[in-house]
Design a protein around this ligand. Structure first.
Ligand SMILES: NC(=O)c1ccc[n+]([C@@H]2O[C@H](COP(=O)([O-])OP(=O)(O)OC[C@H]3O[C@@H](n4cnc5c(N)ncnc54)[C@H](O)[C@@H]3O)[C@@H](O)[C@H]2O)c1
Ligand SMILES: CCCCC[C@H](O)/C=C/C=C\C=C\C=C\[C@@H](O)[C@@H](O)CCCC(=O)O
Length: 329
């Protein structure tokens, strides 16, 4: 009889252990790879690769962005890379303390007028609407929206669906409302953060997997609609593999009875295959999706081996999905 067994501490201890073992293994192999290449070669390879496939570049200087889930982790790294490129950033997050601390740190680094923290739950229509309004009041325009907030909680899966999928839909539609040209907006770009779990599957977290597949499908469909309607808004998806942030250690996993170790082993195997990225590496990929004006409906997946655009079929394209494009960064 299928039933869910909440594994709680034992499972998270096992996973933390797997994370530590994997990280040590990955560190040693990444150190080995890094040592094999000189710093210049390493720098050249990564910067040239990122630039080599970029189309005409959108300037970020003087632009305004909203980033959800910006108090820590990937969202904080996204906010920082945008600020480094001259963008003003509204930091939206439900965690008031972390958000205020991140705002203070980023103001110290980029100036008091560069960023604004707004406590905001992406599950709330009212709070999201108000946060977008306050962003426009503060900075006068809106050019970039990164719907990044997300959680992993297979126990309270309804909440996870609300944050990971409904929150992305809410942020995307608010972005369109303020940016699309038919409403008097200047156009812009939306980056929705999915995961490689949105392109394949992680059996240990089936509902998380579903939310990320939903983000990919929604974003690609709306990108095609935006293009057809002439909104002037590009919509792209970022699908990182594992990244060193709090989400991995904070998750509560519920799983079917009797497959405990096999599910954990699958996650550990995926970690070995994909490695564990640093947040700044993913932030560089975000820049590419933002600035490459040829990218609309693009899905950029990345792990420690590099980044690849996947060729998921566009709307109306009946050909089978060829998952990988030729370019690897
Ligand atoms: N870390 C990874 O391995 C990984 C891999 C692929 C994709 N992702 C995705 O990246 C995104 C960011 O995750 P992270 O790894 O930085 O996690 P994180 O836990 O470090 O940061 C997530 C942030 O979102 C905020 N948040 C959570 N619920 C919210 C809500 N209802 N409203 C507003 N803010 C909320 C949290 O307070 C936190 O600051 C998520 O969508 C996650 O699914 C993470
Ligand atoms: C229990 C850990 C949850 C971590 C969630 C976070 O989003 C990290 C995900 C990291 C990697 C996921 C990899 C999934 C890989 C396989 O599903 C693979 O089939 C994907 C293939 C995609 C493709 O080639 O197009």
């Amino acid at each position: 009889m299928w039933g869910a067994v909440v594994c709680g501490d034992r499972l998270s201890l096992l996973l933390r252990g797997a994370l530590v073992v994997t990280r040590l293994r990955m560190c040693s192999s990444r150190v080995y790879r890094a040592l094999k290449r000189s710093p210049r070669q390493q720098e050249t390879a990564s910067v040239a690769a990122l630039r080599s496939i970029r189309g005409p570049a959108m300037s970020l200087s003087g632009k305004v962005a909203v980033v959800t889930g910006a108090a820590q982790g990937l969202g904080k790294a996204f906010a920082r890379v945008l600020l480094k490129n001259g963008t003003k950033v509204a930091l939206l997050d439900v965690d008031e303390d972390a958000g205020a601390a991140t705002e203070a740190a980023l103001r110290d680094e980029f100036g008091s007028d560069a960023t604004l923290f707004l406590r905001c739950d992406v599950c709330s229509d009212e709070e999201m609407k108000n946060a977008f309004q306050k962003t426009l009041q503060q900075f006068g325009r809106l050019d970039v929206v990164c719907n990044n907030a997300g959680i992993i909680n297979e126990t309270n899966w309804q909440k996870m669906v609300d944050v990971n999928l409904n929150g992305v839909v809410r942020g995307t539609y608010l972005a369109l409302q303020h940016m699309k040209k038919e409403n008097g907006g200047q156009g812009g770009v939306i980056i929705n953060v999915a995961s490689m779990a949105g392109l394949g599957t992680i059996p240990a977290v089936p509902i998380y997997t579903a939310t990320k597949h939903g983000v990919v499908g929604f974003s690609k469909a709306l990108a095609a609609a935006s293009s057809a309607a002439g909104y002037g808004v590009r919509i792209n998806v970022l699908c990182p593999a594992f990244v060193q942030t709090a989400i991995l250690s904070s998750m509560q996993m519920e799983e079917t009875t009797g497959q405990f170790h096999s599910l954990i082993n699958m996650v550990e195997k995926l970690m070995n295959v994909h490695g564990i990225l640093e947040v700044d590496e993913v932030a560089e990929a975000l820049l590419q999706l933002l600035q490459d004006e040829t990218k609309n409906g693009a899905v950029l997946m990345m792990n420690t081996k590099g980044a690849t655009y996947t060729n998921l079929p566009a709307a109306g394209d009946s050909r089978p999905a060829a998952t990988h494009s030729s370019v690897v960064i």
